[in-house]
Write a protein that binds this ligand. Structure first.
Ligand SMILES: C[S@@+](CC[C@H](N)C(=O)[O-])C[C@H]1O[C@@H](n2cnc3c(N)ncnc32)[C@H](O)[C@@H]1O
Length: 500
């Protein structure tokens, strides 16, 4: 490498050689898990360098200690594991920094895999392995929130996608597996530089990605897309900005409101949005608050509340995230102002979750629901299936349909003892075994009805009528039957034969 090439080295220019080193040593999501084993891999996720270091072996181990643990590695050893990337170029590009005894990482670069092989992204170092300080325009790495949006994004093939607040480019890189083109936006030039470098690291043709700087929807004001993705800076606070990756500058849940209000207009007909959001929970129903941000016509919405934090827990968590020590007197003033703002606004909790939207040409159908229990299946495919079921319900009379319980559905019975008659069922719950594992409480009649439904059998209303005659128990009125079946179809517990 010439002196000129070395001095103009950037993360983007060194990306191809770095990727070659990664492939040579199997610095991939699977490769790391194989070398570290499950326990040390979990320790890596928790930011515990000691356990990770002990599991590092061979050249891959040296590379992991250099790039992920934050160890100082001697020049010769570092040069060997980075080849064909030259050590001088890695230093010149800012990937590494020199110390008295060798080199160490100055940028985070790590693999992630959402099921289609390893991809890599550059980001700023976080504080998990080494105390480094966090700059105001810190480029966030692949954290829990990024991964949760990756898993919640529908992966159906699309022509166009938009990624608002792209950061290190993680959502964009993943979307290019199933989208022909992506527009990636961010407010900070540093994030956009890192996104360019992440694209180069994955060998992605830059012509497939437009990188645009600007705030919120401003850079895509004239666009309509098939897929809108956003993991915005949604921290609910008092409107100050300390770190652009988390603070929006808008009061309380203003960032989520702005993103949700503006999303439908950015979607092409049939287009889908998958976003993370956060909202205040007050005495009023949080569902109505979120629904009020959506239009009455033209958008189906599925809003999933995954968690609620009480104000003290919320403020404490985000203060620690921002490097504030709750024991520090100045930090305590920040916390006090934050909690005062929450008290003024009557905030009893802060909800967090996913907002899925689909653009339609129909009156809006909005469901906001609490799904705070644990489940493992990703929500991306479920969101597509959910909107397909909503469309089916719009076009069909559910009582006339031939329905059937989805595979794996189970009935749970809870009984208490009656001294005269023995066990008496007090609750019956119908469970879906996959997806978000929805649970519906049902009575005896509903349990018997769903057991009798078959795709090749009679329409649901006829089965209900026959059941009433056979058991002598009064059947369902039209509205009750409609509500029961609609709820179960909406959640995929009952399926018409032509839906997912
Ligand atoms: C939570 S990070 C998400 C990064 C990445 N998309 C991910 O999923 O990990 C939020 C990103 O939004 C960017 N951002 C902050 N304010 C913004 C604004 N007003 N408009 C657009 N992007 C903004 C930040 O720079 C940051 O990259």
């Amino acid at each position: 490498m010439t002196d000129t090439a070395r001095s103009s080295a950037t993360l983007t220019t060194i990306a191809p050689a770095l990727r070659a080193a990664f492939e040579r040593l199997d610095y991939t999501a699977d490769g790391l898990l194989r070398m570290l084993g499950a326990d040390a891999h979990a320790a890596l996720g928790r930011g515990e360098p000691v356990a990770v270091r002990r599991a590092c072996t061979g050249e891959l181990g040296t590379l992991v200690r250099l790039l992920l643990v934050g160890d100082v590695i001697a020049h010769q050893e570092a040069a060997a594991v980075l080849a064909p990337l030259e050590l001088d170029a890695a230093l010149a590009a800012g990937l590494l920094e020199a110390t008295a005894d060798g080199v160490r990482s100055a940028i985070d670069v790590r693999p992630f895999d959402i099921g289609s092989g390893s991809r890599w992204v550059f980001a700023d170092l976080d504080e998990s392995m080494r105390i480094v300080g966090t700059r105001p325009d810190h480029v966030l790495g692949v954290g829990e929130a990024s991964l949760s949006l990756l898993r919640a994004t529908p992966r159906d093939p699309v022509a166009d996608a938009i990624d608002i607040g792209t950061g290190c480019g993680v959502q964009t890189v993943a979307a290019l597996d199933h989208a022909d083109r992506v527009i990636a936006t961010d407010i900070t030039p540093r994030c956009l530089d890192f996104t360019r470098a992440s694209l180069a690291l994955n060998g992605i043709n830059p012509a497939r990605v437009q990188i645009r700087q600007g705030s919120w929807y401003e850079p895509v004001a004239d666009e309509q897309t098939d897929l809108l993705m956003a993991n915005p800076p949604f921290v609910v606070g008092s409107g100050t900005i300390e770190h652009s990756y988390r603070d929006s500058g808008l009061d309380l849940d203003g960032a989520s409101e702005l993103m949700i209000r503006g999303a439908a207009d950015r979607l092409a007909p049939g287009g889908t949005a998958a976003m993370l959001a956060s909202w205040i929970v007050t005495e009023a129903d949080w569902r109505s608050r979120l629904a009020s941000w959506l239009p009455d016509h033209g958008v189906d919405a599925w809003i999933v509340q995954r968690d609620i934090a009480d104000p003290a827990l919320y403020v404490g968590t985000w203060m620690r995230d921002g490097g504030l020590d709750p024991r520090d007197v100045e930090a305590q003033q920040v916390g006090a102002r934050w909690l005062d703002r929450f008290a003024d606004a009557g905030v009893e909790g802060v909800g967090f979750g996913f907002v899925f939207l689909r653009r339609t040409d129909e009156p809006s159908d909005i469901l906001a629901e609490d799904l705070r229990h644990s489940f493992d299946d990703p929500l991306g495919d479920e969101a597509t299936a959910y909107f397909d079921r909503v469309a089916w319900l719009r076009e069909n009379d559910v009582r006339d349909a031939r329905l059937q319980l989805t595979d794996g559905a189970a009935l749970e019975r809870v009984a208490t003892i009656d001294p005269d008659t023995g066990w008496v069922d007090v609750v019956r719950r119908l469970h879906r075994a996959d997806g978000p594992r929805w649970v519906h409480e049902v009575d005896d009649s509903a349990a018997a009805l769903v057991a009798g439904l078959r795709h090749e059998g009679l329409p649901a209303a006829d089965v209900a009528e026959l059941l009433a005659v056979a058991t002598g128990v009064e059947g369902f009125d039209d509205q009750a039957l409609d509500e029961l079946l609609t709820g179960l179809v909406r959640h995929g517990v009952l399926r018409p034969d032509n839906t997912r």
